[in-house]
Design a protein around this ligand. Structure first.
Ligand code: NAD
Length: 467
């Protein structure tokens, strides 16, 4: 039986089925892990429901102690988790290490928050209080690009608020989550957190289940829409963190040589498989050629390879489906524009694509209009910055965006015009557990992180007393 087991009602259990998890850098099996049946999903939800009354009745200080203990356990096993993360996800070990220790830090951040009763009115005629109550069983659904840190957007605030959880990682990256189950088994009372792995078949029944009060979902917009529909019948609470097509707008006053490495990192971190990666780059015509050349040079020099190998800067695509999709987009991009770096797939095992820069391309091309979620960046020329803002805003997505300029006031004024959940100035894709994060348009609904992210795991309840 596999060493990677489900966590259901405080027990590590074998799955009714098993599945192989592939290393995207080698296409070899990393491990065979437990795969839950629908009956096991039922047991996990039932365990979370049973655990809810006593967990929600604990003091917030006791819950903080448990959350800190989970952070301690993640740190104590950080090296092992990081290696496992690299093996299942593909990212370089240094990045995986950053993700694992960042996960512990996100858990700790939430222990700095409280949910105090707010007094809204305390006058002669009445006293009005606002309370934040837990919701019940939370379904937490996570994608494959950041299996650990995206879990940490959900688990600690859900637990802090007094909820119980059924966590479901993505089918191609379940190992670190199942390992987490092993680590937290003796920290939390039975049933408070249950972890199941599936083959893309249990997200829908988890979403539709009448005993699940909220779904906290991170993934694609198409699946997010299905979650919304699945939750509608019971008016379930939902938080949706979905796809993006973030634009970066570079003004003519920046130094291309100094700015290009920052732009490159914003687009190619995790081989572009980041919801808030820069996915379209608008560059002023006065520096367009120079910026394209700088980006192409960086792309040509990037070291791609197995994340466990020293020196690797970019790993493979995480799975075959995404690997094929990105190749298709690159092929179409080569027909619409000019590929000046990358574009090719090394002749070796693994889902590798060299970082690809496409120039002389514009809206109407798939690589500009769609979310590529891979290592390819279209660089688009513009003449008038207001026009660039309009084009950036024309996307159905609205997750993040950025303005790059030497003139702080000008950049700030332009940031105000960008229609997205976050706008960065002279940087892109910075996340902090204390800063709320969420998408506009088809990039999502609601926020995660910060106090707002915590409140999304609660029901607002007013008590209004006559005097
Ligand atoms: P996906 O939507 O295919 O899968 C996400 C999760 O949903 C997986 O765990 C999957 O098993 C589950 N799922 C599948 N069908 C379901 C259903 N019918 N109901 C409920 N759950 C179901 O996404 P993906 O391909 O794993 O991830 C890539 C996408 O995620 C990209 O679009 C990316 O931009 C987005 N993403 C968004 C954020 C954000 O915070 N906004 C963060 C990371 C990734």
């Amino acid at each position: 039986m596999s060493e990677f087991k489900l966590l259901i009602n405080g027990d590590l259990v074998d799955g009714d089925m098993e599945m192989d998890v592939l290393n995207p850098a080698t296409e070899e099996t990393v491990a065979t892990c437990a795969r839950a049946s629908e009956a096991q999903l039922e047991s996990a939800i039932a365990a979370a429901k049973t655990a809810f009354p006593s967990w929600s009745a604990t003091s917030i200080d006791d819950r903080k102690k448990a959350i800190n203990a989970i952070a301690d356990a993640i740190e104590a096993n950080g090296e092992e988790l990081a290696r496992l993360l690299t093996q299942e996800q593909g990212k370089p070990l240094a990045d995986a290490t950053g993700e694992v220790f960042g996960t512990a830090a996100f858990f700790r951040y939430f222990t700095s928050l409280d949910l105090p009763v707010k007094v809204l009115d305390d006058s002669e005629g009445r006293r009005v209080e606002a309370h934040r109550k837990p919701l019940g069983v939370i379904g937490a659904i996570v994608p494959w690009n950041f299996p650990m840190i995206l879990m940490a957007f959900k688990l600690p605030p859900a637990l802090l608020a007094g909820n119980t959880v059924v966590l479901k990682p993505a089918p191609t990256t379940p190992l670190t989550s199942l390992k987490l189950g092993e680590l937290i088994k003796d920290i939390l009372p039975a049933g408070v957190v249950n972890i199941i792995a599936d083959a893309n078949d249990l997200g829908a029944p988890l979403t539709a289940h009448p005993d699940v009060r909220k779904i906290s979902f991170t993934g694609s917009t198409a699946t997010g829409a299905k979650v919304m529909a699945g939750a509608a019948g019971l008016l379930k609470r939902i938080t949706l963190e979905l796809g993006g097509n973030d634009a970066g707008i570079v003004l003519g006053d920046v130094n291309p040589k100094e700015t290009a490495p920052k732009l490159f990192d914003s687009a190619f971190q995790n081989s572009g498989q980041v919801c808030i990666a820069m996915k379209r780059l608008y560059v002023h015509e006065s520096i367009y050629d120079e910026m394209c050349d700088e980006l192409a040079t960086i792309a040509d020099n990037a070291i791609i390879g197995d994340g466990l190998e020293q020196g690797t800067q970019l790993g493979p695509l995480q799975n075959k489906m995404q690997f094929e999709k990105v190749q298709e987009l690159i092929k179409a991009a080569g027909e619409d524009g000019k590929i000046i770096a990358g574009g090719d797939v090394p002749d070796k095992p693994g889902y590798f694509i060299r970082p690809t820069i496409v120039r002389d391309v514009a809206e109407g091309s798939r690589i500009v209009d769609e979310e590529q979620f891979g290592p390819v960046l279209p660089v688009i020329k513009y003449a008038d910055v207001d026009d660039a803002i309009d084009r950036a805003n024309a996307s159905e997505y609205g997750l993040g965006g950025s303005i790059w300029s030497a003139d702080a006031d000008k950049a700030y004024a332009l940031a105000d015009k960008m229609e997205s959940g976050t706008v960065w100035v002279n940087k892109h894709a910075e996340l902090d557990p204390a800063i709320p994060f969420g998408g506009a348009g088809m990039s999502g609904l609601g926020s995660e992180l910060g106090e707002e992210g915590l409140e999304e795991f609660t029901q607002l309840k007013i008590i209004n007393i006559a005097r």
